[in-house]
Design a protein around this ligand. Sequence first.
Ligand SMILES: [Zn+2]
Length: 74
Amino acid sequence: MKNDFTCGDIEKCNPEKTKPCPFCGSKEIVIDKYEHRAGERFRIFCTGCMAMIDPGYAQNKHTVIEMWNKRTAQ
Ligand SMILES: [Zn+2]
């Protein structure tokens, strides 16, 4: 799965550890590692509808996976 809108380092999430998208139901959830002025940061988004969580401070992917899973639980 490729997306043109980002030049970050994309990694597909393990669907067993990451909940499906609450908006479109897609299980294609990916982590994007990108360069911030302060260092590497992570964000997570759905490739189906581009719903994204980008806290701007996440320094490892587990942080954004946890945020993603918490949001879908609401
Ligand atoms: Zn979605």
